[in-house]
Design a protein around this ligand. Sequence first.
Ligand code: FE
Ligand code: FE
Ligand code: ZN
Length: 292
Amino acid sequence: MILGCHVNFTNEQLLGSAKQALSYGANTFMFYTGAPQNTVRKELNRELTLKAHALMKENHIDIKNVICHAPYIVNLANNKDEEKWQFSIQFLKQELKRCQTLGVSYIVVHPGSAVGIERAIALQNISDALNFIIEEDAPMILLETMAGKGTELGCTLEEIKIILDNVFSKNIGVCLDTCHLNDAGYDIQDFDKILDEVDLLIGLGRVHCIHLNDSKNDLATHKDRHENLGLGTIGFDALYQVVTNEKLKDVPKILETPYVERAFPPYKFEIESLKTGTFNPNLIEDIVEFYK
Ligand code: FE
Ligand code: FE
Ligand code: ZN
């Protein structure tokens, strides 16, 4: 099981992220190179990076399974404001460089939102932007499947396919988010059916990351509100089937479930219940008790 969670990129940078992941019992992790909400980024410290790699090696975290996530405000879909669109492109190019410096192979990117332009044109904008950004020997961008909140693109596998088909490079893949899939109308209870569709349209080999989240909302509600494992509409059993699916056994699974009471990270307990394959009905109480 390649299992991890979202962790912070602290003052200790990747070293801090790795330490946090290990404290949760994870064997991989996902980080943002700064705040998820903005594009302010500090210079990378080589010594901390080397220490992070040493710590990961010692603890059997394979850097190949470590995932970066681009900030939310990057929007490749809308080029009404040419300057903003160019900023998103340039910023992602720099993020790829940062990933390369850190030795990280994958960065998850949200396809973007149309906001006021026609969907088909917005999809083409994403591909155009990606054609500027992607380099053959750079880390791979993974397009994340979205819930379809507002004018979000990439909430169907067909839309993801359209974007990919118009990208010239093959150095691009996909990240499946279980909460987003649910909210977009894909039923996780029949995950193999979803994987068949992914395989048919995109190719299963292009899936390099799974975001493992329960959802606060029903199927096809286009909401995008993550829930702790087993406490949402998807449920523990269906999510456990995702984690243990043979076809995805080499793909990292990353938890992005909410902090309990906005203060306590749930990951140590969620990872534990996935390792043992048993739902913890006292999840919230146990987390509060542990951190309080
Ligand atoms: Fe995401
Ligand atoms: Fe996600
Ligand atoms: Zn989400």
